[in-house]
Design a binder for this molecule. Structure first.
Ligand code: PAF
Length: 284
């Protein structure tokens, strides 16, 4: 497995692969890789001849009071997992390689970025769209693989690719959970034992909301109310949002008639802000 630190190295390798007629998959990550990332790599390896994993803790998508400095890192373990998963190249640039001192071009999106995580993290999606645009330009992938845990991010990236006529397919991959239900996240490592237990309230509320929708509840406010009530039983949990939105546009939905995402963001004390969601499409 090749480890590339510069844009030039990635471009040269990808160019050589494309000359041989090989397809390229990209898995963009910020490192500290877990089974969720491994599932993206697995899908990449199944669907593409060569898979590139970017490991780049993108400073642009963190606000000034967010957890950039404390975000967990373990590049050696990341490389080991990538190698085991059959990844062909890891791209691990320094911030200076991605953002020159004169950098001043950004990808800004309206509508889809304005609510949910975009509301409490105002610079986040600008950073995500900008870095993904750069990574797509650098690695020229045929497909890029994103987790459904970040439902808003996935919808935004799909929108960006369509709006800006980018020549690649975005593949969404299902949420991977711990045995007890907690969605896998690099941020779970922030939690102490009692907070780890408290964090289960996220998946419990997701399972409750999903059951209600599957049993025919179409009133989104009732689902939100039941999920909210359940989360509020956990004293260490503090709700950022619980919302039912259209699966494509991320706009609020009152009555469930088409594909929706019910998305939540919950702070566990001041230790971690965790997200989770479920997708649901009513039967015809
Ligand atoms: O989901 C993430 O880990 C990041 O937002 C991404 C897509 C790698 C961009 O930095």
């Amino acid at each position: 497995m090749k480890i590339a630190y510069t844009v030039k190295e990635v471009r040269e390798q990808v160019k050589a692969w494309k000359k041989e007629g090989l397809t390229v998959g990209l898995v963009p990550t910020m490192g500290y890789l877990h089974e969720g990332h491994a599932s993206l790599m697995k899908k990449g390896v199944e669907q593409c001849d060569k898979v590139v994993v970017s490991v780049f803790l993108n400073p642009m998508q963190f606000g000034p009071t967010e957890d950039l400095a404390s975000y967990p890192r373990d590049f050696e373990a990341d490389c080991k997992l990538c190698e085991e998963m059959g990844v062909a190249m890891v791209f691990h640039p320094e911030p200076e390689e991605m953002y020159s001192p004169n950098f001043c071009s950004y990808v800004d999106m309206s509508v889809l970025t304005e609510d949910l995580c975009g509301k409490s993290r105002p610079v986040h999606f600008r950073g995500v769209c900008t870095v993904c645009n750069k990574l797509f330009n650098i690695a020229q992938p045929d497909k890029a693989f994103f987790g459904e845990k970040d439902a808003q991010q996935l919808a935004i990236i799909k929108r960006m690719v369509e709006d800006l006529n980018m020549d690649l397919e975005i593949v969404g991959c299902p949420i991977i959970r711990e045995e007890d239900g907690l969605a896998k996240s690099s941020r779970n490592t922030y939690l102490n034992e009692s907070e780890r237990q408290a964090a289960l309230i996220l998946s419990k509320s997701i399972f409750l909301g999903k059951k209600m929708a599957e049993e025919g509840e179409t009133d989104a406010t009732k689902i939100v109310a039941a999920m909210t009530e359940l989360i509020e039983t956990e004293p260490q949990a503090h709700i950022d949002y619980v919302k039912v939105v259209d699966g494509l546009t991320m706009q609020p939905v009152d009555v469930i008639e088409g594909p929706i995402v019910t998305a939540i963001a919950v702070y566990i004390n001041k230790t971690a802000r965790l997200i989770d969601n479920f997708h649901f499409t009513p039967a015809e």
